[in-house]
Structure formats: C-alpha cells, structure tokens
Design a protein around this ligand. Sequence first.
Ligand SMILES: O=C(O)CCC(=O)C(=O)O
Ligand SMILES: [Fe+2]
Length: 314
Amino acid sequence: MAEAEAAKLPIIDLCSSDSISTANSIRQACVDYGFFYLVNHGVEEELLARVFEESRKFFSLPLAAKMNLLRKENRGYAPFYAENLDPSSRSKGDSKESFHIGPLEKSCLNQWPSQELLPSWRPTMESYYCKVLSAGKRLISLIALALNLDKDYFEKIGALDKPESFLRVLHYPETFVISGELGNSEEEIFGASAHSDYGMITLLVTDGVPGLQVCREKFNEPRTWENVIHRNGAFIVNIGDMMERWTNCLFRSTLHRVMPTGQERYSLAFFLEPNVECIVQCLESCCSESSPPRFAPIRSGDYLKERFRLTYGS
Ligand SMILES: O=C(O)CCC(=O)C(=O)O
Ligand SMILES: [Fe+2]
C-alpha cells in the first residue's frame, strides 16, 4: 500500500481578535476536511501532562481493578476489543482500552477509581473535563458565526445547556495481534477502526505518537487515507455526524481511524454532544429549494443511543 501523505489541516486560533476571519477559516476547514488544529484553547500544557500521567497510572492497574469499573451507562472502563467503531467490519473489535467520563452534573452515574488506588484521578479528570468543555463551547460560537448564524445560536436552541459530553481516555497497546482466530492473517486489527464521531465536535489530544488518519471522501473506493501530524499544544478538532446533519452535509463529518504503529499510544477524545432533548434539524442557512434537507429532524438523545447500540452491540 502507498505511504499515506500528511493532511494539510488549517490552524485555528481560538483567541484571535478577528472573529470574522477566524469564522471564515473554520468554514473553509469544515467544508474541505472536517478537521483542523485548534491553538490558544486555554487548556494548560501542565494540566494535559497531569491527565496523561493519571491515564498511564490507570491503564497500568491490574485488569481485575479495571474490570471493577466496567462500563455502565456508557461510563467507566471498556477493555480491549470491547468496541468496534466500524460495525460493518468483521474485526473482533478495536485494539485499545478506554475509560469514559460523562457530564459532571450527573456525577452519580460516573465511575471513579478508588481514592486509595488513584487519589488524584478524579480531581484531575474533572478539571480537564471543565476546561475542554469551556474551550469547546467557545469554539461552537465561532462555528455558529461560520454558518452565518448568531454566535449564541447553539446556546439559544438549548444545545449547550447541560450538553451530553463525554471524555474518553484512550490507551493503545504497543503490541498488536496480527493473525485472526484461526491463525490466519485475514483479520485486520486497528487501534480504532474507520468511523466518524457522533456529536457536534470532538476535541482530541494525543501523546504525540502517530497513527491517526483521515479519509476525506468516505464514499469513494478505494479509500485514500492521510496522516494527521501531531502539533505540540494544539487540539485536533473534528466535526461529528450531528453537526453534519445540522449543516445538511455542508460541514463534513470525516471518516478517521487509528493505525497500529507498534508503539504504545495514549490520547484523550472529548466529544461535545448537545443536550439530549435538543432537536437536530437542518439549519435554515444550509438548505434551499435546490438543496432540500437530507435528514429528518431527530432528538439528540435518541440519535446517540442508537449509535452507541451499534458500536457496543448493546
Ligand atoms: O486516538 C485517536 O487519535 C482518535 C480516537 C478517536 O477517533 C475516537 O475515539 O473517536
Ligand atoms: Fe473518532
């Protein structure tokens, strides 16, 4: 297979004083790629380093300790191969383990490692969750401008009131099983198989180990994949499926995957999803007589539930 090229993703500055030109750049990025880098996002390097440190400690715990926190209500630990992000593939699941943290207001649903095991886990993760959510909300107001809407449009429709956002702490192991169940090598193993994200936007940060790839034309075969290069201190932001529905496919929810590189890898994906009651329907600024709405309106909570069911088979 040909070596993948590097995707030329634009860099968006969240603190730029020129919000009109930033909104224009965001629009171009979302139409062309559905992916961009975000700098000056306000999440300190020092906090990110602590989150990665806690993540390493958690995933190094004995399996039994992690299994005590097994995923319920989409919160907690998902072991290796528990997820298959590409339900159409015959893979036995993705070669990664993860830990999921939901909205902090519904804190009783979240699961936390015990104080004795990891005393700093909860305050560190809560602090990160709040900071990344606040960066995400600021970015959403620029996205609204990019769609020719008022900058508080998504607030006014209730999308950002108690948003159903999830932080997914991810660990990809360094060794990969190449052969399938019967010792043949027909089954391809991915860190994360090809998928698009479900929500409004995703804010991703990695430890710098490569592996992430994007495919701009998801309906073309064969698929062409481009590498997403790590940029120190920048978030990698991508548009999710609900934003694609809102914008009638003007903004792309781009297919992406994580390829095994033989190196251990850690990442943090924050999925900014709307309030569960929010109705996702084609924006007026994104449809016309010649381009009618492609999707029926849907309640955000119902849409998410169905997507989780397909990913986890439950
Ligand atoms: O780990 C990564 O780089 C990407 C993870 C991802 O795409 C996801 O969890 O949805
Ligand atoms: Fe993703």
